[in-house]
Design a protein around this ligand. Structure first.
Ligand code: AMP
Length: 396
């Protein structure tokens, strides 16, 4: 893997600069979901237990280089104190004299939170001077913000090159899960890719056909693949201009030994709304004035058979219009099947990106997946086979 973890670092008596993602939702000054804060707690606790002094660096929202009080991290101090069960000091800047004094006087057992890194326009420019200012505050750098690792910013990239660097617990779990799914996976590997459009997932599909044994394509993007094979799709969501690309992907898959599984039957309706009149039709029979909103039972059975024969699953995107019943049926059935196989130890299942977390949680299957990434953009870029600057910078 090439990167270090907290276990590889000497932390006793050291100031540890920890890049975290604490972009929690706030309504009228109240944190309405503290999941992201709970997820970084193991890193903070482990540093404290090893005698280190955690100094948290984070961005919050998009202040675009301006100091904006509603995007100050100060408002998170009480929530952080509750989560870490210790005193959290706050410095009103992430570099400069105030931050340096706060870092120097930080006591054992306490945590220091630095102000929003994006109050400096230099942060998103990966500015070496800003990174050098941050590096003066710590002895060790720990990145626990996988969700920000696809951006080369001063606190995620340049800074990592200036200090001994390692991954935090959340980053470590995320990288290990992704490595087990696409790095050196147990085969056969199946990818399920759904969602609205081919155009937004082109790089994803191109990378996956090189790496997986079976690629299940569902959702709106499957319609584009069906149209590419001259299967009638009525007024379904599809990208007619992408049919050539879809054909290229299918051709390339033949050369890489990847089997593409498209819907075999479809659920069609005339309206995109919950409980719209609908019918299950064999492929090729979608009426001109109807739209395909989900995969049918035959398709679900075919997906189930593939999952049963797989050892590893990587999933992004719903198989149908999962927000409106009953067009969540195929997504729910496949998710529950993957969850059951995971529970019985037969499948490693990793999912993430965009609507996937919501779709899997709605199906009730989310908790049984081996790993669900909430990282969004970073997860997708990893699935696309891209090098994430924040991860690459940890390899020293
Ligand atoms: P994405 O963000 O690309 O993962 O796309 C997710 C969106 O695709 C969700 O809002 C789904 O409702 C939508 N979607 C999936 N399948 C279909 C379909 N057959 N027709 C229309 N929308 C769909």
């Amino acid at each position: 893997m090439g990167w270090k973890t907290l276990d590889d670092m000497e932390l006793n008596g050291k100031r540890v600069l920890v890049r975290v993602d604490i972009n929690v939702p706030i309504v009228e000054g109240v944190v309405t979901d503290s999941t992201r804060i709970r997820r970084i707690s193991p890193t903070v606790r482990d540093i404290l237990a090893a005698g280190g002094r955690p100094i948290l660096l984070a961005h919050f929202g998009r202040p675009k280089g301006e100091r904006r009080e509603n995007l100050s991290l100060r408002q998170l101090v009480p929530t952080l104190e509750r989560a870490f069960e210790t005193r959290v000091q706050f410095a009103a800047d992430c570099v400069g004299p105030a931050a340096e004094l706060a870092a120097e006087t930080l006591q054992d057992g306490q945590v220091l939170l630095l102000e929003n890194t994006r109050f400096h326009a230099a942060e998103t420019k990966n500015d070496p001077e800003l990174a050098a200012g941050m590096a003066r505050l710590g002895d060790v750098y720990c990145n626990d913000a996988f969700s920000a690792a696809h951006r080369a910013h001063a606190s995620t990239e340049a800074l990592a090159r200036l200090l001994p660097a390692c991954a935090g617990r959340l980053m470590q779990a995320e990288l290990q899960a992704l490595e087990s799914a696409l790095g050196k996976p147990r085969r056969p590997v199946t990818a399920v890719v759904g969602g609205a459009k081919v155009s937004t997932k082109l790089e994803l599909l191109s990378n996956l056909i090189e790496k997986v044994d079976t690629l299940v394509i569902g959702g709106g993007m499957a319609n584009t693949f069906l149209a590419a094979q001259d299967v009638p799709i009525g007024i379904s969501l599809a990208e007619r201009l992408m049919t050539g690309t879809a054909r290229e992907i299918m051709e390339k898959a033949k050369t890489t030994g990847c089997t593409i599984l498209l819907p075999r039957d479809v659920v069609v309706a005339r309206k995109f709304e919950a409980n719209a009149d609908h019918e299950i039709l064999p492929l090729g029979q979608c009426p001109e004035d109807a739209m395909i909103l989900d995969a049918g039972p035959e398709s679900v059975a075919a997906i189930a058979a593939v999952l049963k024969a797989s050892q590893t699953l990587i999933w992004n995107g719903p198989l149908g219009a999962f927000e409106i019943e009953p067009f969540d049926t195929a997504t729910n059935a496949a998710a529950l099947q993957a969850a059951a196989l995971t529970r019985s130890g037969k499948l490693i299942s990793v999912a993430g990106g965009g609507d996937t977390v919501a779709a899997l949680n709605a199906s009730g299957a989310g908790t049984d997946f081996s790993y669900i990434s909430t990282a969004g953009g970073a997860f997708l870029e990893w699935m696309e086979g891209k090098t994430l600057p924040g991860v690459a910078a940890l390899i020293q």
